[in-house]
Design a protein around this ligand. Structure first.
Ligand code: NAD
Ligand code: 0WE
Length: 277
């Protein structure tokens, strides 16, 4: 795979922020990190556990990150330690990237009504929605000069996508959290937004039942007749996290080739995607 090219510049010069949710080089959070770095940002990274440290540390070191810390968002002590490390090294930060989601595998297949357990529901919403509220509160305490925060969401929050199930409910909560956080933090000059990305081939999207069908259907239906490019997601993140995004807050911004705007795909494109005539 060719190395991604991101436009360079000085939009993030002198700005520091935390990136949560890099698992490997295919992660959306890593593309965002590369774009922010190319504009001069200094970045801190969290990784979920020892298994992922092996992947995240070399990536973070390649862009001279001074802070690379473990963080499990379900564990208060781990969140405390992560934000204490940031406070010790930097004191203040300018931005936060939250790119974390998880639901048990058994929740993400088959029928929503039958497969959504109390524990599965609580865990998906805890990891995928509450963690943004928790991280935003902690980060905001280090943003006395204002700041900007983003999270990652998906259209399954607004409309039904087969198998996305309880994750769709968690993303709906995450988008509502984005609006409430924006209202609370607006008076302190802190903006809070969500990016709703179309399907992208990452670890979290691997092993989706009917993944092949989903990518073909998305391509056929999208206004651009293309799947979503990570570069577009990283570009939107740069806009929202830099001064370019001034006055934009509480927003869920779609970066999905226009898929969300379409009610019915072009007949020829749909037939091609389904392999019928
Ligand atoms: P990814 O697997 O690279 O990233 C998911 C991250 O969540 C991983 O780094 C993982 O370590 C982290 N995570 C999960 N549970 C955690 C926990 N308890 N504590 C700390 N970290 C935890 O996949 P990705 O596709 O880059 O996903 C990033 C975000 O983008 C997610 O919120 C996902 O829902 C969202 N998103 C993905 C797509 C897509 O198609 N890939 C589309 C729209 C939105
Ligand atoms: O948000 C996501 C996926 C998040 C995710 C992925 C996994 C896979 C492994 C959350 N939890 C888990 N749990 C696991 O055990 N996306 C937007 C990508 C995605 O996932 C889908 C999709 C799309 C799109 C699942 C079913 C249908 C569509």
């Amino acid at each position: 795979m060719a190395k991604r090219e991101f436009p360079t510049g000085t939009l993030m010069q002198g700005k520091r922020g935390l990136i949560m949710g890099v698992a490997n080089k295919n992660s959306i959070a890593w593309a965002i990190a590369e774009q922010l770095h190319a504009q001069g940002a200094e970045l801190a990274f969290t990784y979920q556990g020892e298994a992922l440290e092996r992947r995240v540390r070399p990536l973070a070191e390649s862009i001279n990150s001074p802070i690379i810390v473990p963080c499990d968002v379900t564990d208060d002590a781990s969140m405390d330690a992560c934000f204490a490390a940031l406070k010790d090294t930097w004191g203040e930060i300018d931005f936060l990237v939250h790119s974390v989601a998880f639901a048990g595998k058994e929740q993400l297949a088959g029928s929503f009504i039958d497969n959504t357990t109390r524990e599965g529901f609580a865990s998906a919403l805890n990891i995928s929605a509450y963690s943004f509220v928790d991280a935003a509160r902690r980060a905001s305490h280090m943003m006395s000069e204002g700041g900007s925060m983003i999270t990652m969401t998906y259209l399954g929050s607004e409309r039904v996508v087969p198998n996305y199930n309880v994750m769709g409910v968690a993303k709906a909560a995450l988008e509502a959290c984005t609006r409430y956080l924006a209202a609370d933090l607006g008076p302190r000059g802190i903006r809070v937004n969500a990016i709703s990305a179309g399907p992208i081939k990452t670890l979290a999207a691997a092993g989706i039942g009917s993944g092949r069908h989903m990518f073909r259907f998305n391509k056929a239906t999208a206004a651009m007749q293309e799947n979503t490019e990570l570069e577009g997601v990283a570009g939107a993140a740069l806009y929202l996290l830099s001064s370019l995004g001034t006055s934009c807050t509480g927003e869920t911004h779609h970066v999905d080739g226009g898929f969300h705007a379409i009610a019915m795909p072009q007949e020829a494109a749909l037939k091609a995607s389904l392999g019928i005539d």
